[in-house]
Design a protein around this ligand. Sequence first.
Ligand code: G3P
Ligand code: MG
Length: 236
Amino acid sequence: MLCIFAHRGAESSAPENTLAAFKTALNSGAKALELDVQLSKDQIPVVIHDYKLTRYNKEYNESVNEYTLSELKDIDIGSFFSTEFKDERIPTLKEVLELTPQSVMLNIEIKNTPKRHIGIEQKIADLISEYRTIDNVLVSSFDHLALENIGKINPQLKLGFLIHYPLINAAKYVNSTGLNVVSIHPNKNIVDEKFIEECQKYNYKVFPYTVKNDLEYQTLIDLGVDGMFTSKEEYY
Ligand code: G3P
Ligand code: MG
């Protein structure tokens, strides 16, 4: 069965990575959610994609980790999407974990570039231990060192390697890390038959990002992917 992740929640219907977006995704029948995590200045894991706040609210130009949680909670990050969402605030990872039923697969993406969030792996691992059973959580990152770090903290955690640019034999490289990797999450533009074949050889699932239309959806299904990240609720 395909594993279809609601990318940043239902990002087409509500501001990305907000509780409204995750609630909408769940109400639309999503069985898997994707979210992005960074640290606030006071080291609290918060759910937000960009390292700077500007795209969400032009009054705030600094990086996420230059604001405390209490300062972040004052920021309207809904109006940029629609004034209907003016009360939306940056959720903590804890709040999203509390909202998400155990039956829903959760992909926690560690955002660690270009800003490094020192210690983010331990904070996330602790919250996962508190809130989730190990089977239905998947930790991913473009920062493969962050995956190595969290894998050392909890070797049972399932890991997903995010890959944006083509690599020579990506699956072989991933396998050489010796980590508990279950899936590779490639940019949809680098997926072809050879890529899938290599991943299958090492038993890695392939979940490309971010699928936005029927042509992309069908092309990837025909290639044999195991799921995908999408902004379209009709694919959930
Ligand atoms: O985790 C899949 C996808 O979210 C990776 O890219 O930039 O949307 O976080 P990005
Ligand atoms: Mg992401």
